[in-house]
Ligand binder design. Sequence first.
Ligand SMILES: [Zn+2]
Length: 414
Amino acid sequence: MSFDVPETKVANFDVKSTIGDARSGTLRIKDTELETPNLLPVLNFYAGGLARSLYGGGIHRTMKEFMTGDDVIGGGDYSEYFDGVMTSVGSLTDYNISRERYEDYIAEPVKEREVFEEFNGTLFLDSGGFKFLGGYELDGSNFEVEIDQAKIFEIQQRMGGDIIVNLDRPIAPDDDYETRVEKARRTAENVVEFLNLSEGTMSARFLTLHGYNYSMLDTFLGEIDDIVGASRVHDEFDGVALGSLVPLKDNKGRLIDAIQDCRSILKDWGFDDLPLHVLGISSSAIPLLAAVGADSFDSSSYLHSAINGKYNTSLTGSKSIDEVDFSKCNCPVCSNEVLVSRMKGNAEYRKDELGPVAMHNLIVQKREVAYIRDCIRSPGTDDLIEYLESTLGQNKSMRLFAHRVVNESLGGYF
Ligand SMILES: [Zn+2]
């Protein structure tokens, strides 16, 4: 199932296979290709440092060393795990940087920098609306940049995202109806400005949507329709990014509701041919959300698990790093003596001990997502059902949700 790509679009999303509500395809943007469903690790490219330290960032720095196959981690080619990466304009505020450093960080596109030349994946550059929700200022140690839609777009262009999104106003679980409508209206105003500013851009443009259920999403799209016009949304956007789910990240039932309802509303509004990205969820929700039709995800759980001393054994399982038998994993990190020794604590800095754990976690997550993709691409629903049954179905707290998506999206067991 492919479709004609209007001239204003930069991306081509080709759905190759669907089983039930799950689908698998290829998202092509410029010279990048991302197979879906896929997981984009969250990474901070600019974290206070200089080019010689890969722009710093502690454990993020170690991830960038893996991404570029740096000698520091013993080289090697990890590029397949960085076929897509998520970063945010908002991450520029994670470290106190000077005005001069800020100007340097936005002076040249990420992928055109010599230190990142090994990175050829799809770069998703979030607006950071979540981050700027309160202040709308980029605070440095001695400067301020007023953040608005125009500024965010300028930074996205200068950093060179393959995928960019409008500046959004995420909703919060305790927002009342009026507040949500107001946020939708202000986001819609940003959308108009974003589309006007970005006309002719070479970046794929994704529309940020917010809502936990059909009625909230319908209200949101209603505001967008009033201010932007539905046809413009359909003709000019290359994809949809569903946000505001972070507060629900531990509630699998509500996450499934949100994705099912989002796919329904996209269908009802005629946006079903657009790829659906789910912003900022924990990796353990991926099998369920892919089964009900989400196309891509971003997650920092590989990093947070490592920082908490957790070593992933699957998308949903982990062990304490002290209890791990590294010889049981065949990933390139656990097959490397030097990296194993560091994971066992033989490292001067904590980042060198936990960085390889984070990379192992990412590999485990990426491999499992690739397996889910294969299941969706194989004929019939059996492979995906068996995968869900043999993984989530074995876990008491997840079994209910595995059965639910099998019954609701994959035609049930019988
Ligand atoms: Zn491993």
